[in-house]
Ligand binder design. Sequence first.
Ligand code: ADP
Ligand code: MG
Length: 264
Amino acid sequence: MDNQVPAIKTENLTRKYGNMTAVDHLNLSVDQGIIFGFLGPNGAGKSTTINMLTALLPPTAGTACIGGFDIKQEPLEVKRRIGVVPEGLSLYQRLTASEQIELVGRLHGLDHAEIERRIPSLLNMLELEESIDKMIIDYSHGMRKKTALACALIHAPDILFLDEPFEGIDPVSTRAIKELLRDMRAGRGTTIFFSTHVMELAERFCDQVGIINKGRLIDVGSIPELRQRVNLPKDASLEDVFLQTVGIQEDGARLDWLTDNENA
Ligand SMILES: Nc1ncnc2c1ncn2[C@@H]1O[C@H](COP(=O)(O)OP(=O)(O)O)[C@@H](O)[C@H]1O
Ligand SMILES: [Mg+2]
């Protein structure tokens, strides 16, 4: 990839569902070779954005380029360079993990010997060996997610898109996956774009984060930069920074019938 182009660049990227605007004029540029955390509450527009960036969902308006290739004009060039773990995982339920990974490897044009070499190390790293004789339909949620991640990695993509990658994954695998992602960035300069609604996951892991709420990008920068922009004490958690940034008040509706002691 040309070193000058951003890994991801969007211009007024917009997606509507009926009258509702899920992603609203998103302008974002992500440099090559960084880990970028896309943070926002449920329903903020994270998955819709990832689906557009990976050419799974057409935008209503605006454009995006991935590694310099336009998602609308050159979707195959985009797909060649990326790995994706989408929200819905899109796995064939009646295959085993190895079969599913092999299928994806072949679709990417890898030769059989290379696929055979890569699969055992992926299964080992993700602790999926026990799945070898089972079909995906019989996997736990976490195992499915790890299978989807293995599929996204088999062709050594330049840019990796992960939608809530650690949700449902145990701490041991979470640590292993984080280490692998850091090694990919350090070794091959892979760009990693991942979404999460769990703020603490981004802390110490991301080079940069973007905060999205109600379809709008609210802030982009390193976590120290974001901290500086909100008026909070130095030791405030990232969750505090996030809540301050999106302007959510903590005094929501009270569920008095659940919390208050009637006899008090
Ligand atoms: N296929 C769809 N049809 C209608 N509305 C949708 C659809 N997908 C998402 N939305 C709406 O778009 C908004 C953003 O959703 P999503 O991108 O899934 O958010 P996030 O991933 O940040 O939780 C939400 O209000 C959601 O209800
Ligand atoms: Mg989502």
